[in-house]
Design a protein around this ligand. Sequence first.
Ligand code: GTP
Ligand code: MG
Length: 200
Amino acid sequence: MKILTAEFIRSCVQPEQFPSGGVPEIAFVGRSNVGKSSLINSLLQRRGLAKVSRTPGKTRAVNVFSVVTGDTQLSRFLVVDLPGYGYAKVSKSLRAQWGPLIEAYLSGREELKIVVLLVESRVPAAQDRETIEWLLSIGRRPIVVATKVDKLKPSERVAGLRRLRVELGLDDRLPVIAYSSTTGEGRDRLWVSLKEQTRI
Ligand code: GTP
Ligand code: MG
């Protein structure tokens, strides 16, 4: 995929701040520290576009990026980097502020065409399964991506990814894309999947 432009648009902490204009959106959801911002940078081949941090809970607002590609099928869209869920150390009041914002966005946003759900290859959480079930219940079929797959030893890879599917309760209709932002593995597969899901 040839990325012509990818730029930061704005950080939103309230629904009124979301861009208007009806451009299709692709949202990236997942636990804190799962690798959302890194995956966005890897996918768009822009180092440092989305802020990456070793400290979980770095992304605290909904960050929106505008992307133009050389592909006719998926030529112009917004990438939405959502704050990670399930980070206990973040204060209750902050969590109380995020939860409803993210839920309202995911369930009601008309421009939202695709939800990409990130889970960590080695350590899926109970919350990941709940998120998948909730997304399906509101009619959103996520693209599931297993992140940091470079951390799996070659010998544990097949069994590890199979266990992940079981723990997440996935059936064959929901494939899992193994991804590494470090090596770029999975990038092409994810683009194919994104293109399949939409005709933007
Ligand atoms: P929040 O914004 O806090 O929700 O985190 P995030 O999901 O955006 O995660 P982020 O991309 O900031 O990455 C968290 C940590 O994981 C950083 O230390 C990254 O360098 C590391 N990381 C992300 N992707 C990969 C990967 O593919 N492989 C490896 N080995 N490390 C990764
Ligand atoms: Mg982030």
